[in-house]
Design a protein around this ligand. Structure first.
Ligand SMILES: CC(C)(COP(=O)(O)OP(=O)(O)OC[C@H]1O[C@@H](n2cnc3c(N)ncnc32)[C@H](O)[C@@H]1OP(=O)(O)O)[C@@H](O)C(=O)NCCC(=O)NCCS
Length: 173
């Protein structure tokens, strides 16, 4: 567990998720789903089953940021093809922060946690997809040394409008 101070001076804690966090993570992800169209979550989507959650936290990064007991942000990452000899050094991540806590440096700190985890695992590359108009996330990733590797048109139809995705990636030293 580590402590981190938001730009407002408020102290938050960061630690890897445990099975006992299952209900509160689901509540948090449902809130994220109502606040943004920039993650994979959408309102009404049932989030992971307990079994899936167990797997997600076991071998992967699943770091929760809390203001006291309340989850306010998270970063998760996993190697998508751990048994593939050519692909097992590449991970994919997701990061999110509740609206009320954005622009206070937490996203930045979660990216530091992500990179430390990937380096400790001796991974070679971190990847993600970012929805085209998500300037805030793009700015954060570019600040952390990610580059835009490509653009895919019309990857999601949201409320009648087609959106595209940037592929972003960072090769670790
Ligand atoms: C992306 C996200 C995780 C960033 O978290 P955060 O806690 O706000 O991040 P930080 O406060 O550390 O940094 C945000 C940076 O974006 C910048 N920013 C904010 N709005 C911006 C905009 N419209 N255009 C460009 N940059 C912007 C801020 O100035 C800040 O940069 P700085 O550190 O140089 O001042 C958060 O906005 C979020 O959860 N968004 C919704 C979900 C999402 O998009 N997740 C990523 C999916 S790929």
């Amino acid at each position: 567990m580590m402590n981190f101070k938001l730009k407002t001076g408020k102290s938050v804690t960061l630690r890897q998720a445990e099975m006992s966090d299952y209900e509160s993570v689901n509540l948090y992800l449902n809130k994220i789903a109502t606040e943004t169209i920039y993650t994979q979550y959408y309102p009404g989507r049932s989030v992971a089953t307990p079994d899936q959650f167990q797997k997600d936290i076991q071998n992967n990064l699943y770091c929760l940021a809390r203001d006291e007991e309340k989850i306010i942000g998270a970063v998760s990452a996993k190697v998508l093809e751990p048994n593939h000899p050519w692909k097992n050094k590449i991970c994919r991540f997701g990061v999110h922060v509740l609206k009320a806590y954005q622009n206070q440096g937490l996203g930045n700190q979660l990216m530091v946690v992500l990179e430390e985890w990937a380096k400790n695992r001796q991974l070679h590359k971190i990847e993600a997809v970012v929805r085209d108009e998500n300037r805030q996330a793009l700015a954060l990733y570019i600040k952390h040394g990610f580059i835009i590797e490509g653009f895919r048109h019309d990857t999601a139809l949201i409320d009648g409008v087609w959106h595209g995705d940037y592929d972003i990636g960072k090769v670790l030293d």
